[in-house]
Design a protein around this ligand. Structure first.
Ligand SMILES: [Zn+2]
Ligand SMILES: [Zn+2]
Length: 263
């Protein structure tokens, strides 16, 4: 049975609007995967507000609690519907579990209510290692990002998607990620910066698009989809990068909001 993958948001750090961002989109990260039985989301940036169809159970894998990855939660349809059971999965950090980390943003005075006061039923999962969502196996890997980040791999034994966003590859994390994502069908990878910008942004926890493309090659991903674009990257700039990718890395492309993949 095929999986449907919908890119609901691909921007990093903060959302942005305007004519020059229409093609690649301005919502922050959220990728929807619909398998035969499960609805799984990677991250809950403002892209989650584009989620149209709800199911009774929605599983949200969140790599870390930086605001761009959770800023769509408060008003998303799934959390404001009493027929929906929403499951959150996060790696505990600094002695805080999943619920506590999400409530840093979603509690007074930063938000009007606590998450639990919304109408959806919710379960907060503190994760480590591997676990299952139905028949989908989820593996995790810690990445290199300020404050920590979890990368995810989901697989039904035939198809595999790796979501490695918010990472700045160093020798150790690159080696680990190449093993983790080996031969996957789709690798979603952070390619926030251009080479020319990178010297001033070293240590901020993100790759260049070239690093992401190389990673895809090195782990033999069937498709590499680069996401988490900086808000300075207009459609014109991203089109230019896209051309270079199609020449030198034909299995790699830039993600576009509203794009749908079937694997
Ligand atoms: Zn981010
Ligand atoms: Zn981050």
């Amino acid at each position: 049975m095929a999986w449907k993958i919908s890119l609901l948001g691909v921007r990093g750090s903060v959302p942005i609007t305007g004519q020059q961002f229409k093609k690649y989109g301005g919502d922050t990260l959220c990728v929807l995967v619909e398998t035969e039985e499960e609805v799984i989301l990677f991250d809950a940036g403002t892209g989650i507000l584009n989620l149209k169809n709800l199911s009774n159970h929605i599983h949200i894998l969140i790599g870390h609690s930086h605001a761009d990855h959770i800023m769509g939660l408060g008003l998303c349809k799934c959390l404001n519907n009493s027929d929906v059971y929403t499951h959150f999965y996060m790696t505990p950090r600094n002695n805080e579990g999943c619920q506590k980390m999400l409530e840093r943003l979603y509690s007074p005075p930063l938000w009007s209510v606590f998450l639990e006061q919304l109408s959806s039923k919710m379960k907060f999962h503190n994760i480590s290692g591997s676990f299952f969502i139905g028949n989908i196996k989820v593996d995790t890997l810690e990445g290199n990002h300020p404050g920590g980040v979890t990368h995810f791999k989901i697989s039904d034994g035939n198809k595999t998607i790796v979501y490695a966003v918010d990472c700045e590859l160093d020798e150790k994390s690159e080696h680990e990620l190449i093993e983790f994502a080996k031969d996957c069908d789709i690798l979603f990878c952070d390619g926030m910066y251009r080479e020319c910008d990178f010297p001033n942004k070293k240590g901020w926890g993100h790759n260049t698009w070239l690093d992401a493309a190389e990673l895809g090659e090195n782990c033999n991903a069937k498709h590499t989809v680069i996401v988490h674009f900086d808000i300075n990257e207009t459609d014109e700039i991203l089109d230019n990068i896209s051309k270079q990718l199609s020449t030198h890395y034909p299995k790699c492309e830039l993600g576009k909001q509203e794009e749908v993949w079937i694997i």
